[in-house]
Design a protein around this ligand. Structure first.
Ligand code: HEM
Length: 486
């Protein structure tokens, strides 16, 4: 052990005495880019120190796979997050320490969203995509909110059997407020240093989070408990629609009451909403941005859809394998601007060594998705949007889609990835089939060159932008109207 400890920590940028990298640690907006620059200087594993914590950043798929996959038995913990612990979400599948309670919730996700069962949600994904199309037809300028409603619609139906059919639905406003709370909760606070700071009075200097916790606790409770209770009541009156909660509750009927299992189910269901809403929403909007910027990719995907399935029906997930270019477009959206540019940090449970470096127990391990999806050794011109890179050679470049970089690693890999991929595919393929996305024009009818900027908090999203979304022709308009009647 002694000799291990003598090994150096992974290399790091210059640090201040005592406070380490506190001053130089980048803000979320620039983290991905700064980490990327540091990786060019310090290699694919580097470390940072802030008081009480070592942070190890993994910048290549190889390093992430070597540690987070191959050594997942010790790299699958999460650090305690003061805000979530204090509002009662700390044991939920996303934030839980690695152990039996986390496993219990993962199993619930696996039973519901495993590769072979996820097709059960196709009808929901298609219905929600059709509402999205109708929204884009009626009010194309609100495309970002339609994408958000679509994402919320899928997760609330799948999770709780609840509809979000308009912007006025209660579930939709809950989702929108949750996204705001979750992004405010990323602000660093004393709570990150030690749980004892949760006991400070709200007037104490730097204790702003005490008021924030007080103000949001009942809202966060409602996401977990009220939504669950609603399904229980609907099941009692026979009005519940099939959902993650109702199916698991049905499976529990006739068994001895198990309070721990019920708690696991409540928390897990809440995380479908928490993890699936914002991510899927942003992916759909980034897809629209990509189509605006790359008309040639848009037209090529539309041509493929027209040739393979014609113009008389909308594509569905059964068509996925016969539309390889559409799949490449969607994969390229995810690679080009990953929605979670640095995933969710893992925590190392025991001391470890890697390639002659010492990684201490308790280190926060960040898989820097952006460096992986923009890795020049794996992707030619990685900053360019080029869907054909994923087509097999000689037609394309035969590059490999970096699934893990996008959906995470080992025993903490995204528990809803198959659902997410199906939702995104359905929305994107249907938009391509019936709409064309193009630049807005000036008073003289000249196209205004789109300039799309991105912002990152925990997830990456576009800054508001304008585009012209209109049906490809009369036939497309009719298809949208007919499908919205289903
Ligand atoms: C575009 C959509 C999505 C992306 C890019 C995405 C990405 C991710 C990433 C990077 C992680 C962290 C993995 C790690 O720690 O290594 C994660 C975790 C998670 N995701 Fe997703 N996700 C998406 C959609 C969804 C959806 C729709 C659901 C729910 C149905 C979901 C449920 C979860 C859960 C529960 C976790 C925590 C897993 C754990 O800690 O064990 N995600 N996701």
């Amino acid at each position: 052990l002694k000799t291990r400890r003598k090994l150096p920590l992974p290399p790091s940028p210059p640090a201040d005495p005592l406070i380490g990298h506190l001053r130089t640690f980048p803000d979320p907006q620039t983290t991905a880019e700064t980490f990327y620059d540091w990786s060019l200087k310090y290699g694919d594993v580097f470390s940072l120190r802030v008081p009480g914590k070592t942070i190890v950043v993994l910048n290549s798929e190889k390093a992430a796979s070597d540690l987070l996959e191959k050594r997942s038995a010790i790299y699958s913990d999460r650090s305690r997050l003061g805000y979530y612990d204090n509002v009662g979400w700390g044991d939920s599948v996303i934030f839980a320490s690695y152990g039996p309670f986390h496993n219990q919730q993962r199993k619930m996700f696996h039973d519901a969203f495993g590769k072979n069962v996820v097709s059960e949600y196709r009808a929901v994904q298609e219905k929600e995509a059709n509402i999205l199309l109708k929204g884009l037809l009626d009010n194309p300028n609100d495309f970002d909110r339609h994408a958000s409603r679509f994402a919320g619609g899928v997760v609330s139906d799948v999770g709780y059997g609840q509809h979000i059919d308009s912007f006025d639905s209660e579930f939709f406003s809950v989702g929108e407020r949750f996204i705001k709370v979750a992004s405010a909760a990323t602000t660093p606070s004393l709570l990150d240093l030690h749980p004892v700071f949760a006991n400070l009075p709200s007037w104490a200097p730097g204790a702003w989070y005490i008021k924030f916790i007080k103000e949001t606790k009942s809202f966060m409770d409602a996401i977990i408990y009220d939504n669950y209770q609603k399904v229980v009541e609907e099941m009692q009156t026979g009005t519940a629609r099939p959902s993650f909660v109702s199916r698991h509750l049905e499976a529990m009927f006739g068994h001895k009451q198990d309070a721990e299992k019920e708690r696991a189910l409540k928390l897990a269901a809440g995380m479908i909403f928490a993890a699936g809403f914002e991510t899927t929403w942003h992916a759909v909007t980034i897809f629209i941005a990509a189509m605006l910027l790359h008309p040639e990719a848009q037209q090529k995907a539309q041509k493929e859809i027209d040739e393979v399935i014609g113009r008389n029906r909308l594509p569905d997930l059964n068509d996925r394998d016969s539309l390889p270019y559409v799949q490449c477009v969607i994969n390229e959206v995810m690679r080009w601007q990953p929605v979670t540019p640095f995933g969710l940090p893992h925590r190392l449970m025991v001391d470890d060594t890697y390639n002659g470096m010492f990684i201490p127990k308790g280190s926060v391990i960040i898989a820097n998705t952006r460096s992986m999806t923009w890795d020049e050794e794996k992707f030619h011109e990685p900053q360019q949007f080029k869907p054909e890179r994923f087509l097999p050679k000689p037609e394309g470049a035969g590059e490999i889609y970096p699934t893990n970089a996008i959906f995470g690693w080992g025993r903490r890999v995204c528990a809803g990835r198959h659902l997410a991929e199906g939702s995104l595919w359905t929305a994107a393929a249907r938009i391509l089939a019936v709409f064309s996305v193009s630049p807005i024009t000036d008073a003289e009818g000249r196209a205004i060159k789109p300039d799309i900027k991105f912002r990152t908090i925990l997830t990456r999203h576009t800054e508001p932008f304008e585009c012209d979304i209109r049906p490809r022709d009369e036939r497309a308009r009719k298809l949208i109207l007919d499908s919205s009647q289903d």
